[in-house]
Design a protein around this ligand. Structure first.
Ligand SMILES: Nc1ncnc2c1ncn2[C@@H]1O[C@H](COP(=O)(O)OP(=O)(O)OP(=O)(O)O)[C@@H](O)[C@H]1O
Ligand SMILES: [Mg+2]
Length: 433
């Protein structure tokens, strides 16, 4: 955007032209009027010390309109995201005039800055601007207007204070409006800097929290399996001649504990990758039926060892999806692992896939305990675990990682569950073409 300080002002609907010829009476130097305006400007500057974005603009517009008789006034500022667009108008102004003025203000920003302002939602102050009945009765004077640039860091045009006068705008009006726009520019800068600072502080606090959580998980969840391995080793050292059966029992326990530690380390690495935004997914065309078959094959021995059945159902001739094979298997493994932990013996865990709304949908369904309604909104949060707590051997990471992977592949994930009525986890995967 370029720097342009001169306001657009004039009549008609095009953002160009000079200010309308002021009436002789209004152009007379008037000391009293000047002092009154200085006083108003001072009050505006006091108001703007507590500027907080859209919430402060209506009061600003009302105060400007108490000094310069206005049909309507609006502020368009592209600094915030989405851009701020707030208007106020006199009771006589109808919606078409307001919308035309909004478009005109956008055109002015385009002309002043050379950039197109992103679309913004218009907020209108319900309180009408004060406009004397004498001026209202006059037909709208071919839209006498001014568009005062709002500058960022005193340099770059980021928006406008746009007004339509109740009567032709005189030099003194433009001087007042220009000073008001300058004060608003400074207030917007201060507000943007404050918002940046808040964002940075929140990010630093989130990182700090994440670090503390990580240390808590590592010190708590990793200590248990490592403790089990160390205990097994010291037992083997103390009784080197134990029977083969007891020896196998100790080795199995140590193996399971080491596996749990290894899974946890992998999960924590994935969490760190997601945090850093570097969860790499290699998206290639993938046959979902094949991937589901592989997931079922990998998990069936474990499911069967817990007395559970694995059932699969994939819609015929499902088109290839665009996904990372290893990561999709990881999502299935996390969801099936949960289904296994929270299911009763003799029930089934089902893996399904079909086409719906132009994308592939997958579902992992179980007939287990279900999830309490109060827990559903938090289920994908990191470290969240339900009422069973730590008994289920986990750190509460599986679902948050599954969500991260599904979203990195351009999909969504959600759950439907009822306490005592089983759970169904769904996720979508985009088709390859
Ligand atoms: N199929 C399910 N049935 C019932 N509750 C579930 C199911 N899946 C998840 N949950 C609940 O959601 C919580 C979070 O699941 P998540 O997979 O993130 O963590 P976890 O399984 O406890 O630990 P981890 O996955 O790190 O080993 C679980 O602790 C459990 O309370
Ligand atoms: Mg899990």
């Amino acid at each position: 955007m370029t720097t342009r300080r001169k306001p657009f002002s004039g009549s008609g609907d095009r953002p160009a032209g000079a200010a309308q010829a002021p009436s002789a009476a209004r152009d007379k130097p008037d000391l009293e009027l000047g002092y009154a305006r200085l006083q108003r400007l001072y009050e505006l500057s006091k108001l703007l010390t507590s500027y907080d974005g859209a919430g402060s603009v209506p009061e600003l517009l009302q105060r400007v309109a108490r000094t310069v008789p206005l049909r309507l006034a609006l502020v368009l500022d592209a600094r915030s995201s989405p851009p701020l667009l707030v208007a106020a108008h006199a009771a006589a102004v109808d919606e078409p005039e307001l919308l035309a003025a909004t478009e005109h203000a956008r055109a002015c920003v385009r002309r002043l800055s050379g950039a197109v302002a992103a679309p913004a939602l218009l907020t209108v102050d319900p309180e009408p601007l004060p406009l004397s009945p004498r001026l209202v009765r006059k037909p709208p004077s071919r839209g006498t207007f001014a568009a005062l640039p709002l500058l960022q860091n005193l340099r770059t045009v980021m928006g406008v204070l746009y007004v339509r006068g109740g009567q032709p705008l005189i030099e003194a009006d433009l001087a007042f409006l220009s000073a008001a726009a300058d004060q608003l520019s400074l207030a917007c800068d201060r507000h943007a800097a404050w918002q940046r600072e808040v964002r940075l502080r929140e990010r630093a606090e989130a990182l700090d929290r994440a670090q503390k959580e990580l240390i808590a998980v590592v010190s708590h969840d990793l200590r248990n399996p490592l403790g089990a391995v160390l205990l097994g080793i010291s037992t083997l050292r103390r009784w080197p001649h134990m029977s083969a059966e007891i020896l196998r029992g100790h080795l199995d326990t140590m193996h399971r504990a080491a596996e749990r530690a290894s899974t946890l380390v992998h999960d924590l690495l994935d969490v760190a990758r997601l945090d850093a935004g570097i969860m790499a997914v290699t998206l290639l065309p993938l046959d979902l039926a094949g991937a589901i078959g592989e997931a079922a094959e990998l998990m069936t021995p474990l499911l069967e060892s817990r007395g559970l059945r694995c059932e699969t159902q994939v819609e015929k001739e499902l088109k290839p999806v665009l996904a990372d094979r290893e990561r999709i298997l990881q999502v299935f493994s996390n969801l099936i692992g949960n289904a296994m932990k929270f299911s009763r013996q003799g029930t089934a865990v089902s893996l399904l896939a079909w086409q719906e709304d132009g994308e592939a949908r997958c579902c992992v369904a179980d007939e287990g305990n279900g999830i309490p309604a109060a827990d559903l909104p938090r289920i994908f949060e990191r470290y969240f675990q339900g009422p069973h707590g730590p008994t289920a051997h986990g750190a509460g990471l599986g679902l948050s990682i599954a969500k991260g992977i599904v979203e990195a592949q351009g999909g969504r994930i959600w759950v439907e569950s009822r306490e005592g009525g089983g759970s169904r986890f769904f996720f979508t995967v985009p088709f390859a073409s």
